[in-house]
Design a protein around this ligand. Structure first.
Ligand code: COA
Length: 260
């Protein structure tokens, strides 16, 4: 499907989705949110895709937020729809069953940070800045930022970021556990492909079950979460990939996972 505001690139089993509005620092307008939902749906349905990268066009921004020009004119009812649309997209990413990597190549602000927080793994270039500056516009995060950030950072640090609106740099975000790795701006794109390729080579059913255990389990009571983990573990053992992975170890060779 052709997209106005996205660039879609396939390499082997990885698809990279680039938000492409560089003159607006890749801000998420309504059209882009809808296109992102379509692109994630396509990649989810495509059996040839085993991992996704989301990044931004240019060297300045990942995504500098929801489109402020559009927000300015929202009525409360439209604002509710807008927030729900953004939240649905983030949920769709979290639950798509394939690993989604955010390659944060600059500003990840507001909806851009919320997009990154919904991805399963985040890496960034050393010039990246992450923040939820909505307070400066007289609004608040509406694409899940108040909920995801507090779960990742704890209440004190999350509230400090959201109440002050002050962004943090990549090194600080890495220290706080928001980022898995920080790379130089030159290295970032290659490293993103590399990491996504390694995720794409892993056993898809196990990956899916791991993400479900982590995503769903964090909002459950411990006993129920452990019971879910047991069931997902057992499910992994119904897959041919489990026989292949364990056999390959015993045979001292690399496993080849097929997703069966
Ligand atoms: N929505 C709409 N347009 C945006 C945008 C956003 N979230 N972020 C940047 N832009 C636009 C600017 O309006 C400008 O457009 P113009 O050239 O037509 O005037 C263009 O992108 C470049 O941005 P500019 O502000 O000139 O770049 P800068 O380097 O001086 O500053 C930022 C970069 C990220 C600090 C600044 O753009 C910014 O604060 N953006 C808004 C961040 C935000 O509040 N996000 C949360 C939104 S809910």
């Amino acid at each position: 499907m052709a997209h106005k505001n996205l660039i879609i690139e396939h390499r082997d089993a990885v698809v990279q989705i680039t938000v492409n509005r560089p003159d607006k620092l890749n801000a998420l307008n309504l059209d882009t949110l809808v296109e992102l939902g379509d692109a994630i749906e396509d990649a989810t349905a495509d059996d040839g895709v085993r991992a996704m990268i989301i990044t931004g066009s240019g060297d300045k921004a990942f995504v500098a937020g929801a489109d402020i020009a559009e927000i300015h004119d929202l009525t409360p009812l439209q604002a509710r729809d807008f927030s729900e649309l953004g939240q649905q997209l983030m949920r769709q990413i979290e639950h798509c069953g394939k690993p989604v990597l955010a390659a944060i190549n600059g500003f990840a602000l507001g909806g851009g940070m919320e997009l990154a927080l919904a991805c399963h793994v985040r890496i960034a270039s050393d010039n990246a800045r992450l923040g939820l500056p909505e307070i400066n516009l007289g609004i608040m995060p509406g694409f899940g930022g108040t909920q995801r950030l507090v779960r990742m950072l704890g209440r004190s640090r999350a509230l400090q970021m959201i109440l002050t609106g002050k962004p943090i740099d990549a090194a600080t975000a890495e220290r706080h556990g928001l980022l898995a790795h920080v790379f130089s701006a030159q290295e970032m794109a290659d490293q993103a492909w590399c990491l996504a390729q390694s995720l794409a080579a892993a056993a898809p059913i196990a990956l899916r079950n791991i993400m479900e255990a982590v995503q769903t389990g964090q909002d459950m009571a411990m006993e129920s979460a452990l019971s879910m983990e047991t069931q997902l573990f057992a499910l992994c053992c119904s897959a041919q990939d489990m026989r292949e992975g364990t056999r390959a170890f015993l045979d001292k060779r690399k496993p080849e996972f097929t997703g069966q």
